[in-house]
Design a protein around this ligand. Structure first.
Ligand code: PMT
Length: 220
């Protein structure tokens, strides 16, 4: 199969509470950065859509778009989406956003606790799957990541179905695992089970192996 285009997402999104505070997560953008730079060797028309990644993980010699929130990431993907596209979602979009944005910095007025009402963000991959049907596209393939703290295989397999994926790349995450500069271990999983397992490798090496795997699966 020859893809006309690929989209790779990377990094965390930010959901602002007030002008100085936001909800986010520990993603640095490293995984997505290595994937996009590796994937472009196979699919030259690869677009890089990233959230608040570290400065060094913005480097890419192709079309790139920076976004802030999960809704912005979704819209950027929908703008770039065409038939015959491969999407790899290495980003860690925030699943929730504050219901209301507070215009001025929230003050600590008393000893009372402060409660934040959160609403759910759309699931980007599931929305893209629906949009592919709406637009009558024939060949959009989606690869997700599963960031789990427990029950890795089981939770990852559930996400394949829920989000309409070809493969999911499952990794354990925690304060010293999965995010940032640390080495990582991943499993590429399909509905048929584990395809390959990559133990304790740099994210650069993991990205090479992921792209080689996909190339073998889709090119033959
Ligand atoms: O950036 P690094 O520091 O290198 O860290 C890499 C990583 C840990 C962020 C990366 O390897 C990873 O696991 N990315 C996925 C993080 C995540 O959001 O996992 P999830 O299990 O919550 O989501 C499953 C999939 O759905 C992911 O592909 C995610 O991008 C996507 N998603 C999530 C939320 C949302 N609202 N819409 C989505 O499409």
């Amino acid at each position: 199969m020859k893809f006309n285009k690929a989209i790779v997402t990377s990094g965390p999104t930010r959901e602002w509470i007030d002008p100085v505070r936001y909800i986010s997560n520990a993603s640095s953008g490293k995984m997505g950065y290595h994937i996009v730079n590796e994937l472009q060797k196979w699919i030259p028309n690869t677009v890089y859509i990233y959230g608040n990644v570290l400065e060094k993980y913005k480097e890419y010699q192709g079309l790139k778009k920076q976004v802030e929130t999960t809704l912005e990431m979704l819209n950027a993907i929908l703008e770039e989406l065409q038939d015959n596209t491969l999407i790899i979602m290495a980003a860690a979009p925030a699943d929730f956003r504050p219901q209301d944005y507070v215009e001025n910095k929230i003050k600590k007025t008393s000893e009372e606790n402060y409660s934040l009402n959160l609403v759910q963000n759309p699931d980007i991959l599931a929305t893209v799957s629906q949009e592919v049907i709406n637009r009558n596209y024939k060949s959009v393939h989606k690869i997700g990541f599963a960031a789990e703290t427990n029950n890795l295989d089981e939770n990852a397999r559930e996400k394949i179905m829920k989000k309409g994926l070809d493969y999911i790349i499952a990794n354990y995450v925690g304060r010293e695992k999965g995010f940032g500069e640390a080495e990582s271990s991943v499993k590429i999983i399909s509905t048929d089970g584990i395809q390959i397992q990559i133990e304790n490798q740099s994210k650069e090496e993991i990205s090479i192996q992921i792209v080689n795997f996909l190339r073998l699966k889709f090119d033959s």
